[in-house]
Design a protein around this ligand. Structure first.
Ligand SMILES: [Zn+2]
Length: 351
């Protein structure tokens, strides 16, 4: 459905990929960031005119062209130091050829995904459909759809690189390792013994480098901005779904979700806005860590705020004392006028 805001959301989703393309070709950080921005400006301007389903390819081609024009510019400067006249034509045919190769790699990579993965990815990245409405259509939850999208993107990056280089991996272990590297899922990387494989396999070692570049989201961490009651629900769901990947019981999952809910509610009530970061940890053992921070007014007396029965909620919710009881570890740092940060952890297994 056409929507004025949709292209911006789509373009934002393309940023990690554009960064990767530029970073693979331009070493200098500030220059690379300039080129990423230049690419995004052009893609944003063109988005309403681009065929549905082709925005990603369009961004790839634009990034390549923006980088190529920088090289042409530098090359011309270099030549002009020696020659008086620049004899080369403005455009070369190489760019068009590269563009075709990259588009074809995108098409091949998409073809390696399942129909469901492909449909969901395109609906989200290109048509701008949000995870909540996708979840409604798929009979799933927003958190599960977001996690699935992360995995699909990770696979897409791997398949794209393989298609671009026209390479079929030499061993059966290559794809699982590359997927684990691409998704940034450290637990999965250990399961497939990625470190060892990367030492033994030249292809994976080489392809992993672009896969590990910055700008990619981690698969075992979610960050939810908290502004409204709807965000509290999203944070609670995300916490439960992330924790469910470990061996927590259903009861424990509910406790974790409730604790996430309480610290999120605290942000909405007292600070207007903040964020909740939920991550899986594995040191000293597996668990889930929740970090809730805001830039609100701060809590004058933290000790008192943590006493049972102390409640500025007027009986609504469990508050911070409740969240502390539900988790294994709980720490709070608050500074008047600066804000409050709560860190809490639930360990998996016996305590
Ligand atoms: Zn390999």
């Amino acid at each position: 459905m056409p929507d004025q805001r949709a292209p911006q959301a789509d373009v934002a989703a393309l940023i990690p990929m554009v960064r990767r393309i530029v970073a693979a070709r331009v070493q200098d950080g500030p220059t690379a960031e300039d080129l990423v921005q230049e690419t995004l400006v052009r893609v944003l301007a063109a988005a309403p005119r681009v065929e549905p389903g082709m925005l990603e390819s369009y961004a790839i081609v634009t990034a390549r062209n923006v980088v190529a024009s920088l090289w042409r510019e530098r090359d011309r400067h270099r030549r002009n130091q020696h020659r008086v006249v620049d004899l080369l034509p403005e455009e070369t045919h190489d760019d068009a050829l590269m563009a075709r190769e990259e588009q074809s790699a995108v098409v091949q990579a998409l073809a390696r995904l399942s129909q469901r993965e492909r449909d969901t990815l395109l609906a989200h990245e290109v048509a701008g459909q949000d995870t909540r409405s996708l979840a409604g259509e798929l009979g799933s939850t927003a958190g599960a759809v977001a996690a699935q999208l992360n995995r699909t993107r990770a696979r897409m990056r791997v398949e794209y690189l393989l298609a671009l280089e026209r390479i079929e991996p030499p061993t059966d272990r290559c794809r699982p390792v590359l997927f684990a590297v691409s998704s940034g899922d450290r637990r999965r990387q250990r399961e497939v013994d990625a470190g060892r494989h990367l030492l033994e396999c030249d292809l994976c070692a080489r392809l992993s480098h672009p896969l590990m570049e910055r700008g990619q989201s981690r698969d075992d961490e979610v960050c939810i901005p908290i502004r409204s009651d709807a965000d509290i629900v999203a944070a609670r769901q995300a916490g439960r779904e992330l924790a469910a990947r470990l061996g927590f019981s259903r009861t424990e999952l509910t406790l974790i979700a409730t604790a996430v809910s309480e610290v999120s509610r605290n942000i909405v009530r007292f600070a207007d806005s903040g964020e909740v970061v939920i991550e899986l940890v594995d040191q000293p053992r597996q668990g889930v860590r929740v970090l809730a921070r805001d830039t609100g007014p701060g809590i004058p007396d933290v000790e008192m705020a943590l006493e049972d029965g102390f409640s500025t909620y007027n009986g609504l919710g469990l508050g911070l004392p409740g969240a502390r009881r539900l988790m294994d570890e709980f720490a709070i740092v608050s500074e008047i006028g600066r804000g409050t940060t709560v860190t809490m952890t639930k360990w998996c297994g016996e305590r």
